[in-house]
Design a protein around this ligand. Structure first.
Ligand code: ZN
Length: 100
């Protein structure tokens, strides 16, 4: 996987979760949706990135066949290796969404 900072993120939506202390970051790359969970609002740390695919397809990053959400909700192992860079990217690009 290339540097996550250079990926063409679209439809980025950062939500302040009430169900637990953290953020949910949804984004789309091409036609594929992903969900990035971040724990701890004051000192955010990355937890995982899940595929949220609408149709069965292959993830271009981890090359796994992904089944439609919610049955096939799985961690993306390609993003998983770059979680700190990914969190840093969103914190830098959307600083106003990370105010606890
Ligand atoms: Zn993947």
């Amino acid at each position: 996987m290339q540097n996550v900072k250079g990926l063409p993120y679209q439809d980025v939506k950062i939500s302040n979760l009430s169900s637990f202390d953290g953020y949910q970051i949804n984004f789309r790359i091409n036609d594929h949706l992903y969900q990035f969970l971040v724990g701890n609002k004051k000192r955010p740390f990355p937890l995982n990135v899940m595929h949220i695919f609408k149709e069965k397809d292959i993830c271009i990053f981890c090359n796994k066949t992904i089944y439609p959400y919610p049955a096939g909700q799985q961690i993306c192992l390609a993003f998983q290796k770059q979680l700190p860079s990914l969190l840093n990217h969103f914190q830098t690009s959307y600083p106003n969404d990370f105010i606890a």
